[in-house]
Every structure is written in C-alpha cells, then in structure tokens.
Design a protein. Structure first.
Length: 635
C-alpha cells in the first residue's frame, strides 16, 4: 500500500487542500464557534494598532495640555478610553472567550472525526494490519480533533499577526512609505525560514514514528501485566530498561540536532530584522530633532516596532505550525481515504440453508510484503452436514483458509462461493451471520460474563435495530439503537439463551460460581472484576457461536489451553450440535481429527491428502507420519 502524496513532502498545494478539508469539518461540526473565533482574531489583530494610535495622540495631547490642570483632562479622555479598549481587546476580553471556544471546536471535531477514524479502521482490509507501515499510519492519524482545532487556532493566529503587521505598516506609511515597505519586506525571510524549519521538523518526526513505537513497545513490556511473568523470571528489567534508554537517547540526539540546525538557519533572517529595527529607531530619532515628527509619533512608532516584531513572530510561528498541522491533518485524510474492505461488500444474502456447500475454486493468496504465496490454486469443498478436519504443519496455510472462509481476506486468485453465490457479492452482515468461528487467539472481552458470551448476538441485534429504525431515527438517537440492543436488558438474547450457550460451551459451571453469576464483570481492568484462567476464558469464547445458527462453523484450534480430553469433549459437543451444518475443525491433536468425516492434509499451501482417518493411515503418507509421531507421545 503506497503512501499518498501528502506525506512528509507536503507541498503548499496539499496544505491548501488540508486547510479546505479542515474548514469543511469545522463548518459541519462547529460553524458558530469558528465565526466567533474569527471575529476575536480580527479584534486581536486590530488591538495593537489601536494601542499605537492611541499612544501617539495621548502623548501629543499630554504635551499640548501641559500646565492646563483639570481643564485639559477632557482632551485626554478619548485617547485614554481608546487605549483602555485596545488593552482589553488584546488581553482580558479576547483571552477569556477564545479558549472555551477552541475547546468546543476540539471536542466536537474529535467526536466527529475519531468516530469516523475508528469505524473506518475497523472496515479496512485485514491485510492492512499485516504491514508495519499501517501502524505508523494509525499513530500519525491519532487525535484528529486536536489537529483540527490547532490548525484553526494557528491559522487565525497567523491572520491576527498579518493584520497587526499591515496595520502597523500603515502607521509608518503616514511618516515614510519606503520605511513601511522595508519593514514589511524583512518579515518575508523570517516567514520563509519558519516554513523551511517546519518541513525539517516534520520530516524528522515522520521518520521517527516507528522508533517511537519501538520505545513505547519496550516500556509496555516493563509495565504490562501479561508480560511480567517472563520479564521477571528471565531477569529482563535491566536489559529492557537499557534498551528503552538507548532508543530514547537516539531519539533525543536526533531531535536536538534538527533543532540546532533550525536555530542556526534562522540567525541570518533574524539578524536582518533586528538590524532593520535598529536602523528605523535611529532614523526616527534623527527626524525627531528637526521636528519632522512629534514626540507622540516617535514614541508610538518606537512602540510599533515591538508590535511589528510580535506580528511578524506570529506570522512566522503560525506558518511553521500551520505547515506541521496541515501535515498532521493529511495523515488523517490519508487514513480515511484508504479504500475500505472490498472483500465482501455486495448486497446478496448468504443462503439460509446450504444445499451445495461452500467451495474454494483455484484460490491463491499472498500476504503483503511476501513474495511466496501462502495458498496456491487451492480447491476445497465443504458440504452441508459434513465434518472436515484441516491438518498440517505450522505455516501450511490453515489459518489463512479460515480467514478467507470468514470473508476477512479476499483471494488474490480464484473464487469462494456459497451455493454458487460469490463471496464478493454477499453483504458482510449476512456472511458473518452464517459463517462463525472460534479462534485460538481469541480476545478477552472484559465485560460481564453474560455480555462476553452474548457479544455476537449484541452486534447482530444492533444491526437489525438500526436497520428497522431507519436512518433518521438512528441518526437522531445517537447510540440508543446499539444500547437498546444490549442482549440481557432488552431480551434480544435472553439470559436463558446465554446460559444454554454457556452450558454447551462448557462455561456455565464456573460462571454460576462467580459472586454475581452471569452479571459478574470478568477480567482485571475494572473494580469488582474477577479474573479467569486461560481455560475458562477459552470456554467463554467457545460458547459464543452457540447463540447463532451458522451454516458453517469453524473451530480454529480454540482448545489449545485445554487438555486432550476436554478438547475432545468440546469438539464432540460442536459436532453433535452442528447437525446438518458444515463444520471445519483445525487442531494439532490428530486424535480430535478422528471425529471428522473427512480429513484434509495441507502442506505448503496445497492439499496433498484427502480422506478419512483409516484411509489416510493406510496410504502411509504425510498424515500417517504425523499420526505416528503423535501416537509416540502416549506410549
């Protein structure tokens, strides 16, 4: 998967595209806040100009009314009020309103974009997560609401500085047009350096994404609960802490070097600006002596140089941060523009009852970044009511076949059909309803015991609830449709069905002994939770498919943490419960494979043997050799 055009080589064209995209998001989620923030930025930009203008007339007026006592105060009052207003706009009033408005923009954009990002990430092809670069993309696109709000803030920050620079230049124009032109001209090199520095820094941080993940991974090893046994038994804390320190030291060294080059590179433009300021002050002093300018003009323009420098700094900093934030938003756009999983995006339905079965016809598959295919021109037929065991060495392609059957991968060549209907034409929800699996690397969902068993039913019910409610009700109710689909509370999956599924999966006995039974939170993440053994967690995972009525049930070595007898019992339960459904068993224990009607032997991505247990033993091939090796363990 190639990087999109807006990576670390972000051009001004792409910056404009990112700004337009961000503006569309802000207009959609927080239009009034954006309008108010724009107005406040204009006031902030005008405030220094008003302050300078008020200072000039206040000083000249003070000199003019000197010796008049109270009679001269009315002449000072308008300029005092204007000066007070300029101070309020530049400090108290604007600051108190700006930060809450920006916070609202950030929170609204975060809610909108993070939800889209998370949903889109869950819809990306599973092969997306097989590449290391994909995790860099996820890291760089994180926290989109902050990126949006910062882009808006610094765009307005730069605009405020530009207003100040133009306004101050206008004041100088009244005294000397060429002086105003020179002051504006020397701002340009500083802005160019700001953009160049930002590009350098973003290029560095772009390259450091994987290194940062490496150091985070090492720190996770030192602090994660699951890792503590091996970390301590093998005395790894010292080694890992030194590894973390080395990685962080290299990152810090690189960051300091980039910062050093950036600061040194900015010296010429800064020196030019400082020299120009000194020359302007000297020029103003020379003009003051022959009364070419008044003391008020001298003092106000002297003050204006500081405001001009602050405005130029705002432009300079705004450009650099704007450049950086536009690249950050580009990463969000990049992730959202990656095509979603097209392996199963059709509108057809999976057959309610299989007649012909599921066929893999000439299927080949290669993982991203690998040259050698995992599966090569593979043909496999799974018939309704047939129990098929898939056996083979590690890396033979068994789990890849499972993912293809579940619609998680799309074959590079060939087709997968259910009663002749191509998988590519079947809607994902229909496919997942009729093809279910239990995995060896199952995930431990730390909900209540009942919720953990009923997860698949909850998701199915949520889809039905949203579909029946229609788009308008679903949109207006927020998360209500999904909440209403909560299995235990709504009755969509009754507690009786959950208990029945847990009993068939072997989880009911230990769940019943928990303090709150099926309402007991399981895991260690939350207060009041109870941790389970690996075998108990596996029985929770094995229980889930019993809540559905799949046409194909895949058991991808889900009983690895159980003893051989417990595994055989679980497989027998599945086989008896499946009735006329197709069942695919995957196990390294060939004793369990004997429960199958047919055993398929996979080697190097190809089917090398196919038959029942007795036939394969008589053939004396790969299966017979595997059986002899395992049988020797028990002699």
């Amino acid at each position: 998967m190639n990087e999109l055009s807006f990576g670390r080589t972000n051009s001004w064209k792409e910056i404009v595209v990112s700004i337009r995209w961000a503006a569309g998001v802000i207009t959609r989620v927080a239009p009034w806040q954006a309008v108010l923030l724009t107005g406040l930025a204009i006031l902030e930009g005008v405030a220094p100009v008003l302050s300078i203008y008020a200072t000039q007339h206040l000083i000249d007026s003070v000199i003019a009314v000197a010796g008049q006592g109270r009679d001269g105060f009315p002449k000072l009052l308008p300029w005092l009020l204007l000066f007070a207003v300029s101070l309020a706009l530049g400090h108290e009033v604007v600051w108190k309103f700006r930060d809450p408005l920006l916070t609202r923009v950030r929170l609204k954009a975060q809610l909108d974009l993070e939800k889209k990002r998370l949903v889109h990430a869950s819809e990306l092809p599973l092969t997306f997560y097989e590449e290391s670069a994909s995790y860099d993309r996820m890291t760089r696109s994180a926290d989109p609401g902050r990126k949006i709000s910062e882009l808006l803030h610094y765009l307005l920050f730069m605009g405020k500085g530009a207003i100040s620079v133009v306004g101050v230049a206008a004041l100088f124009w009244n005294v000397s047009p060429w002086l105003a032109a020179v002051l504006v001209a020397v701002v340009v090199p500083r802005a160019i350096h700001g953009a160049k520095s930002s590009r350098q820094w973003m290029s560095f941080t772009y390259d450091q994404t994987e290194e940062i993940r490496r150091s985070s991974y090492v720190s996770g090893l030192l602090t994660g609960r699951a890792q503590q046994k091996e970390v301590r038994v093998f005395d790894l804390p010292g080694l890992l802490s030194r590894r973390w320190e080395t990685l962080r030291r290299e990152q810090r060294k690189g960051a300091l070097e980039v910062k050093r080059r950036m600061e040194i590179g900015g010296i010429p433009s800064a020196a030019l600006y400082w020299a120009t300021e000194i020359a302007v002050v000297v020029m103003l002093a020379l003009w003051l002596a022959p009364h070419r300018i008044t003391p008020g003009i001298f003092m106000s323009l002297f003050q204006a140089l500081g405001k001009m420098s602050a405005g130029a700094g705002s432009i300079n900093f705004g450009i650099s941060v704007l450049h950086r934030n536009s690249i950050g938003i580009g990463y969000v756009r990049e992730l959202l523009q990656i095509p979603a999983d097209s392996a199963s995006r059709g509108s057809k339905f999976f057959p309610d009852r299989l007649v012909q079965g599921i066929r893999l016809n000439g299927v080949s598959f290669t993982y991203p970044g690998r040259e050698r295919p995992v599966l090569q021109k593979l043909d496999l037929h799974l018939r309704p009511g047939e129990r098929v065991a898939l056996v083979g060495e590690n890396g033979a392609g068994k789990s890849t076949i499972v993912r293809l059957l579940l619609g998680l991968y799309r074959p590079d060549e060939g087709t997968i059909t259910a009663d002749g209907v191509d998988y590519a034409d079947i809607a994902p929800e229909s496919l997942h309803k009729h093809v279910s699996a239990v995995f060896q690397d199952y995930y431990k969902f730390t909900f209540t015991a009942a919720q953990s068993v009923a997860l698949c039913e909850t998701a199915t019910a949520a889809h039905h609830a949203i579909a029946e409610a229609g788009p308008e009700r679903a949109a207006s109710s927020g998360h209500r449709s999904e909440d209403e689909a909560e299995p235990i509370r709504s009755g969509i999956a009754s507690i009786e069905r959950v208990r029945s599924a847990a009993a068939r999966g072997g989880a009911h006995p230990f769940i019943a002994e928990l303090p709150l039974g099926y309402d007991t939170p399981i895991g260690r993440l939350f207060e009041g939770s109870r941790e389970l053994s690996e075998g108990q967690w596996q029985r929770i995972a094995i229980s889930r498919p019993f809540l559905r009525d799949p046409q194909l049930l895949v058991l991808d070595e889900p009983t690895a943490a159980l003893d051989a007898k417990a595994e055989a019992d679980i497989y027998e339960q599945f086989v008896s419960a499946a009735e006329d459904r197709a069942v695919l068993l995957i196990s390294h224990r060939l004793g369990s494979a004997r429960l199958a009607d047919r055993i398929v032997v996979l080697q190097d991505g190809k089917i090398v043997e196919d038959g029942n247990h007795e036939q394969l033993l008589a053939a004396g091939g790969v299966y017979a050799q595997m059986w002899e090796v395992q049988a020797g363990w028990y002699r």
